[in-house]
Write a protein of this length. Sequence first.
Length: 129
Amino acid sequence: MAGHKLLFIVDDDPFINLLVVKRFTAEGFRIEAFESGEECLKALDRHPDLIILDYLFMPKDGTAMNGMEILDRIREKKPDTPIIMLSGQENGEVVLELARKGITDYIIKDNSLLDNLHNSIREHFERES
């Protein structure tokens, strides 16, 4: 399933990026990690098969876009790219808003993050094939 699929992970927490890169590289995916949504947007011409995007960014300089803004920009440039949102909190209104924007899945950052992400990615690519 993983084959040559390219996944982007976009999270301002380098530890989360490292965990995702290690886990999914081991599963045969190509992974590129970004610590800002702006970096991800610049790389969209590499045509990722799926983007894992953090909902909340803590900009170091106060200028970075949050995950919702990045999601909107990705939708403008690559409307068909599947996106899995990560969040540290469960907020029903946010989840509904993201669902309206057509995200593939919404995963809470907890101790099951990597397993939940694995299941979500697997289900997505199984549906696609």
